[in-house]
Design a protein around this ligand. Structure first.
Ligand code: ARG
Ligand code: ZN
Ligand code: CA
Length: 254
């Protein structure tokens, strides 16, 4: 896959309290982060430890708020809806009018992002390629969305959406989702095998699964560290995202 792929986005804002009705500025701040992280123009990529820096890659993806609604009429790419729900969770309720959420726009043409209050300590969740069209997209906690407004430390650098869109483009967690073992894989060759998720702001190097001397690539967007501690995708991850855009998601993007 060559060149830049531009992906139209619709942001569904579900709010009960006025604070949850996040501002256009907060939404735009998130789009800006995506356009840095998926183009490797984020300033903090320079913090990547020397041994991993040659692996950092430009995903060549750009995101923009849709300018046309599914029916062809002009749109801001933002759908705001008051809800009676105190919060939403993993059950996809936020994705349907019938459950006090907001119906998806056709997911073969738009990346749906739902922003809302989430229970259960969730920052967000994503649907991998190959699932039902009506629930396709990513869900993000409003206070982990963008860099301004209700965005709250340590998840106020917009990296939850970067991480979830990684899943939406078929990336697995970097530790391979097998608990603390070394058998699980993220199906990417240029990320070190890693035992478990990392959290907070780890110190380099952090060795597991015999992956010394450089250890875990905990600064990867697909680990679980704080927003300020994650700042890169690898070339192998970019190849996997592009395979998704050439395959199950080939109808999206320009
Ligand atoms: N818990 C979420 C997931 O597994 C997202 C974690 C995002 N991390 C962050 N630093 N924002 O998909
Ligand atoms: Zn994840
Ligand atoms: Ca790997």
């Amino acid at each position: 896959r060559t060149g830049i792929t531009r992906i139209p986005v619709v942001v569904h804002v579900l709010w009960k309290t006025p604070a949850q009705n996040i501002s256009d500025a907060q939404i735009n701040s998130q789009i800006d982060v995506l356009n840095q992280d998926f183009r490797r123009t984020n300033a903090d990529v320079s913090l990547t430890p020397d041994p991993f820096r040659p692996l950092t890659a430009d995903a060549r993806l750009e995101f923009f708020l849709a300018t046309t609604a599914p029916d062809g009429t002009p749109s801001t790419g933002i759908v705001r809806k008051q809800t009676t729900a105190n919060s939403f969770s993993y059950d996809d309720g936020v994705k349907s009018n019938a459950t006090n959420g907001s119906d998806a726009w056709p997911s073969d043409r738009y990346l749906n992002i739902w922003v809302c209050e989430l229970s259960d300590g969730l920052l967000g969740y994503a649907q991998f390629p190959g699932g039902a069209a009506e629930t396709d997209g990513v869900v993000i906690l409003h206070s982990a969305f963008g860099t301004t407004g209700t965005a709250a430390a340590p998840f106020n650098r917009g990296r939850t959406a970067t991480h979830e869109i990684g899943h939406w483009l078929n990336l697995n967690h970097i530790w391979g989702d097998d608990g603390t073992g070394c058998a699980g894989s993220d199906n990417v060759a240029d990320t070190p095998n890693q035992a478990a998720s990392n959290a907070g702001t780890p110190t380099f190097p952090s060795v597991s699964c015999g992956n010394g001397p450089h250890g875990d690539m905990f600064m990867n967007y697909m680990d679980y560290v704080d927003d300020a501690a994650m700042f890169m995708f690898t070339a192998g991850q970019v190849a996997r995202m592009h395979a998704c855009l050439d395959g199950p998601r080939s109808s999206i993007g320009f």
